[in-house]
Design a binder for this molecule. Structure first.
Ligand code: SF4
Length: 156
């Protein structure tokens, strides 16, 4: 049974910035979870952030830009939370490498976990195409990432 890394908030863990989880209503997701060994992980909590925490968005780029020092992750209160986000991303990669994990299902639109979209850094609810910082570091190292909406890709 192969292992898949999954965002903890998709598995009922109340680790989101607002103190909630994010229930998934998707048959493919449920099937994939049942058929694999699941490693639950929240990069932001692993990186040292508390729950609940201030909402944060990538400002001035996407996840790969943050990894290259070209963009920052800012809290809505103006705090710079780039360092704990990068630490959490690095820990996610470490877990994948230690466990020979090649696939991940991460929460769409998160500044850490987003794989197709992220918020645009203006805290107005608008999204752009791009990856969060954890998704970016995993894909850079050959780990395939889909969102909770794309879990069907991992059924076989
Ligand atoms: S960092 Fe990822 S796992 Fe943690 S709450 Fe945000 S979306 Fe969920």
């Amino acid at each position: 049974m192969s292992k898949i890394l999954v965002s903890a908030c998709l598995l009922g863990c109340k680790v989101r910035y607002d103190g909630n989880d994010l229930p998934v209503d998707n048959d493919a997701f449920t099937k994939v979870i049942a058929a694999h060994e699941i490693i639950s992980f929240c990069p932001e909590v692993a990186g040292g952030l508390s729950t609940p925490r201030i909402a944060a968005e990538i400002c001035g780029g996407v996840g790969s830009d943050v990894l290259e020092g070209k963009a920052k992750i800012m809290g809505k209160d103006g705090s710079d939370v780039t360092a704990p986000f990068i630490k959490g991303a690095q820990l996610a990669l470490q877990i994948c490498q230690e466990n020979n994990i090649k696939r991940a299902i991460l929460t769409e639109s998160s500044p850490s976990c987003g794989s197709g979209t992220i918020y645009n850094g203006k805290f107005a609810g608008d999204k752009i195409k791009g990856q969060g910082v954890t998704c970016a570091i995993l894909e850079k190292h050959g780990i395939k990432v889909v969102s909770q909406y794309g879990a069907a890709e991992f059924i076989n």
